[in-house]
Design a protein around this ligand. Structure first.
Ligand SMILES: Cc1ncc(COP(=O)(O)O)c(C=O)c1O
Ligand SMILES: N[C@@H](CCCC[NH3+])C(=O)O
Length: 441
């Protein structure tokens, strides 16, 4: 069975997503093109909310907008009843421009600036996830100068190494994020938070990393958190209203990736929290989570146009497309694996193994190392699946390539939600040299 992401084959033998022919999308909007299956995004969001509802626990699901942020995406999350996690002034601005209620926004980051923190407090952001002592100090003075009590969570690093790529691990002791447990930084942070009348210490936050399949890392993190909460209850008389477990729930990028369903993962989380609460005789806190990848990853497909070919007999066949590490940095950065098809040749047999090259001036700009495809021609449309998370959001202008357009498809309709960058956009921040010197060669 050929993997078609969230799509299927239509009667013309073309890849269809959200009842829209992707070959038509490529014609209408050009390539590279990010296509999001809105029904799939809604399905993922619902899976989180309905699992918590079924378990009858109070929970908040905040979409981690770093995975993919634009105004339409933020609005979609609001429609689905999710909260929003932002990690910068830019993501916050996008959310507010989208009309997202500030009270449902959680603000993250390991080095938030005073300007970002002040804006977040002035806008009335629902919670600030505090990462370090500097930030705690800044918030105390911002609270005092604006005469506001600021709701916060303290981010701790539990000292856990989850099974994932080392670049996207965050819960280990040697991490730039959060307060360390072993050296008792977390205790000190709690002490400082509780001693300020401008800080409302809502609870504790922990994010162990991203693209994690095994539930045991989350179970271990929950145990560490509740050991700490038991200790804080005894030493400080402190009781957390919120336990935020971050995001990190993995998705299947390829047919070889094993998959754990959202329901299964959340049930493990709820079971463990309930067990810990009972074992330690603590009050049941609200469970907050912040999934990004698992909400949008599988819903995204990138369409490229096939261009040049290079065949090196006995070595490798390169097939180049009109994008690359500029629109999807993940293969170059994490050796991430993807699957692809030729969207206009789904009914044809695979007859060749090729490597998909990007068009950037880097040998490492390879999108897929080996994929089986039918015979291809220039102008064919290559569809690469599961590119919805950390694809467009990490897109860049290396080699001055304009960033792609993004369309949402749902029930047979396509809507442009991010326009394609133009060459003019590429130079619009540039300013010419002040001094003009006439050089004669
Ligand atoms: C603090 C925090 N929360 C949530 C997320 C979202 O993670 P993911 O997209 O893997 O669900 C991240 C990214 O790893 C993060 O750093
Ligand atoms: N950008 C990473 C995930 C980082 C998650 C943010 N803490 C990826 O593409 O997998």
């Amino acid at each position: 069975m050929v993997f078609l992401g969230s799509g299927n084959m239509n009667s013309e033998g073309h890849l269809e997503i959200g009842d829209v022919d992707t070959v038509d999308l490529a014609k209408e909007f050009g390539t590279p093109l990010y296509v999001y299956d809105v029904a799939k995004i809604r399905e993922q969001a619902t899976a989180y909310l309905s699992t918590f509802k079924k378990r009858n626990v109070t929970a908040k699901v905040a979409y981690a907008s770093k995975a993919f942020s634009c105004i339409a995406m933020v609005q979609l999350m609001q429609q689905e009843g999710l909260h929003l996690d932002v990690v910068s002034g830019g993501e916050l601005f996008t959310a507010l421009q989208a009309g997202f209620p500030a009270t449902h926004i959680h603000f993250h980051g390991n080095n938030k600036s005073i300007e970002e923190l002040t804006a977040a407090v002035e806008e009335g952001v629902g919670s600030i996830v505090v990462d370090n002592f500097y930030e705690l100090d800044c918030l105390k003075s911002i609270g005092e100068s604006l005469n506001r009590v600021i709701p916060i969570q303290l981010r701790i690093t539990p000292g856990i190494e989850a099974h994932t790529h080392e670049y996207i691990l965050t819960g280990q002791e040697d991490s730039k994020f959060g307060f360390d447990l072993i050296s008792k930084q977390a205790d000190q942070a709690l002490h400082e938070a509780l001693s300020s009348s401008y800080i409302d210490m809502m609870g504790i936050h922990c994010h162990i990393g991203s693209q994690i399949f095994e539930s045991d890392g989350f179970v271990m993190a929950i145990r560490k958190i509740f050991d700490l909460l038991e200790d804080w209850s005894e030493s400080f008389g402190y009781e957390a209203r919120v336990v935020n477990l971050g995001g990190g729930f993995g998705i299947a990028y390829t047919t070889n990736d094993k998959k754990i369903s959202i329901e299964e993962m959340m049930n493990v989380v709820v079971d463990e929290v309930q067990d810990q609460v009972a074992e330690k005789s603590l009050a049941m806190p609200e469970i907050w989570i912040e999934p990004g990848r698992s909400i949008v990853g599988e819903a995204g497909t990138t369409l490229y146009t096939v261009g040049s070919e290079k065949r090196i007999p006995g070595v490798r066949n390169y097939l180049a497309v009109d994008g690359g590490m500029t629109d999807n940095l993940r293969p170059a950065l994490y050796q991430a694996k993807y699957e692809a098809v030729i969207a206009n040749r789904l009914s044809q047999k695979n007859t060749q193994t090729v490597s998909i090259a990007g068009k950037c001036c880097e040998s490492g700009d390879m999108l897929i190392q080996e994929v089986s495809l039918p015979k291809t021609s220039q102008g064919d449309i290559l569809a690469m699946f599961c590119t919805g998370a950390y694809g467009y959001s990490m897109a860049n202008n290396y080699n001055r390539l304009p960033r792609p357009a993004v369309v949402f498809v749902e029930e047979g309709e396509a809507q442009l939600v991010v326009e394609r960058e133009t060459y003019r956009d590429l130079v619009h921040l540039d300013r010419p040299l002040k001094k003009t010197v006439v050089t004669s060669f």
